[in-house]
Structure formats: C-alpha cells, structure tokens
Design a protein around this ligand. Sequence first.
Ligand SMILES: [Zn+2]
Length: 470
Amino acid sequence: MRIYNTFTRKKEEFIPIESGKIKMYSCGPTVYNYFHIGNARAFLFFDVVRRYFEYTGNEVIYVQNITDIDDKIIAKAISEKTSFEEVAAKYISAFYEDCDALGINKPSFQPKASEYIKEMIDFISLLVERGYAYPSNSDVYFSINSFAKYGELSGKIIEEQRTGARVEENVSKRHPADFTLWKAAKPDEPSWNSPWGKGRPGWHTECVVMSQKLLGKTFDIHGGGSDLAFPHHENERAQAEVVTGQPMANYWMHNGFINIDGTKMSKSLDNFFLTRDVLQKYSPDAVRFFFLSKHYRSPIDYNVGILDEAEKAVSNLTACFEGLNEADINSLGNNGADSFAKYKQDFSDAMDDDFNTAKAIAVLFDLSRAIKVNGLDTTSKNELINLLYKLGKVLGFFRKLNNCSYNDSKANNNSELTVKLIELLINYRMEARDNKNWVKSDQIRDELSALGIILKDDKNGTTWDLKKNN
Ligand SMILES: [Zn+2]
C-alpha cells in the first residue's frame, strides 16, 4: 500500500514499524465549541484509515487527543461567566455525541491534556535542562535554532532574525519563531505550579507528550488537517526529535479543507456549518459520502445542493438492503466467503493507493448495480449484498442497519484504564528505586513481566510495551 507522506512530499510504500500493528495519532478537538464540518472531515477520515487497517487484518492503536486547556476555552469561560472545566466538559460531551451521530468509532485512546500536566512539566524541564528551551519572564520557549531540521516537514523557511532586530523591541524570545511551551498564568486563569511559576502547557507540547506516552518515541502515522502541518506539527516534531534523536512519526498525513465559495471553512472566518446542524437535515451516510467521494487531500467545495445529491446517492446504496428481515441484517458481514473477488480486489486497489475513497465508493456502486440485475439467482444476490455491506462498513456506511455506538466502546475504555494502572505501577517502582529498595523495584518489574508487560529503562525514564507473542 502507498501513502502520500507530507514529509517527503510523495507517495511511499507503507511499511509499519511492527508488522500487523499500526500505531497512529491524529490531533483531536479543542473543546470550546461544537465542531464544524471542516473539523469533521479530519475526524471522519482518520477513522476510515483506522477501519481500513483493521479490515486488512492489522491491530490498530489509534490515539486522538482532546485539548481541554487552551486560550480559547479560557476566553469562552470568561465570556460565559463559568469555569474552564465546565466549558470543556460541555463540549467534550458534544464532541462524543457528534462523532457518534457521524458513525465514527471511538479511538483506542482519547487522552485529555489536563490529565498529563505533570508529564508535560517534566518534558519541558528536560528540554530546558538540555538547552533546547529557555525560560523568559515566567514563560518557556522552544529555541528553533537548537533543531537544525526545523521546517523540514512543512517546507517553511524560517528567516534568520535575531533578538534585537529593529522591528521588535524588548522581545522576550531569542528568535521570533521560537514558540511557547509553557505559558505564565494571568490572574484568575487556571494554572498549575511549575519550576517557572504558575502557568499552563502550550498546545504543541500537549500532543508530543501524550503521543509519546501512549505510542512511544516513533510511531507509524501522524495525521491532522493540512492547516496543522505548520506550525503545530512542525513544532511537535521539533520537541520530540531533539530529545529522542529519531523521527516522531514515519508518515505524516494531512487532509484538505472544506471550502465555501472558494474560502476555507473556519471558525475565525465565521463561514462555518456545525456538524450537528448539518446532521439535522441530512443522514450520517450522506455526510460521509460528501467527504469520502473526493480524495482526502483535495479541497471540497460545500454548497447548497451538494448534500442533496449525496443523500440521493446513498439512498441508492441502502436500497439494496430493503426487504431484508432482522435475522438477515444481523448476519450481514458474517456470511461465508464471497465469490466476487474482483470487487474486493478493486476496492483494495483503490484504498491501497493513498486511501482513494472516491474510487472505493465507485466499487460500492458497481456492486449495487450488480445486485439490481434482473434474473440474478438468490445465492449470488445474497453474496453481493453481503459484500456491499462488508466493504461499505470499511468506509463507515450503513451504521443505521445495526446497533453499534460510539459511547459503548467498553474495550477501549478498559485499555485506557490499563495504561493508567501500568503507569501507576511504574511510578511506584521509581519511588522504590529512589529509595534504593531494589527488591521491591525488581518485584514490580517481574510481576508486570509475568502479566506480559515489559519495562525498559533508559536515561529518559521508564517506558513499557506488551510482550510479543511467540
Ligand atoms: Zn496535535
């Protein structure tokens, strides 16, 4: 399979770090508002990436962060005379509801920034200690001159401008492009104690710390909307790679914008449509069709009428399931081998070519036409319906036909809990080591090992992994 890698600006053969196990991260919402369909495109597309990897037999560990501390959340809390926690809680539930309505599966992990503050302070301290970052007026900045490869991902050339340049006076940064890792709190702002005083971590640091905690130093895919390539992903990468000396992610994937009258849909331009409003009028399958009928890297123009067409198109597909009884529907996707290998092959060829969902959808329509051919025998018809369902599910269609739910994903909640418990034990072991209690420290390591959890110690601390099956 080939994936377009923003880093190399070309399609490359996709080779995962560990065969059969894909580790991917994509930047999730900042929870200060309902999300618009421009945001939804990224959430939905990376869900399809994950589904396709699972369809092809891989285990996927998919992490999507939730930014629940941010200037915009604080500003909203002030304007609504409430706390930032309440703003975040309200829009986190709204985010879950809207993802559920769109038929997006819950990621393996959805870490919240507020739950990783200690780890972020430790990480920023390490950057300062090693000279990659510096405190200034109770803020901490990353020094872009400390990372020679800065700009490689986005292709941005940062001009050499030094402190004292005549354009700026009294600057607290060494270089105008140095970015904030830790932000000093103003009075009455939410804050945490740190070696630099009360403050909060910056967004770029949040994603680095959470992705490395849950996926390790290098993972397979880092995704997000194309507006995140610079500065957000460039800044994530700089922080991660100065410490680890290895790539943060092997493949960087970015989806295109949704445009309205040729202009990018965004909250700042006030030309957006909220996902929940669109879903009042159109089915989730129609919205999904609207996104996936174009290649993910191409911009999509949103206008009145385009979703009407999408609704008509998907009703042609779902018509294939009309007349099925409940037992038939429940057995869809589980029926034996399908003999129509050509459709499967065409579908895989499309998806293997940098997730060409537009071509993959064309295969679904080929199938729906085959189902409607007069005189088709019942066995063949059932097999074709079954295959249409199976391939459609890879793209997330036909959710209405069964009862899956975003919030019911208990297995995922369990794995999040497991990680927290393992980290708790690692912290106890660190404490034992600090107290030179080697017996206790070894006992914790051995007991985790017996459970299939391997600890690795290096100069940056302790990381863990699951024991490989042999
Ligand atoms: Zn991010």
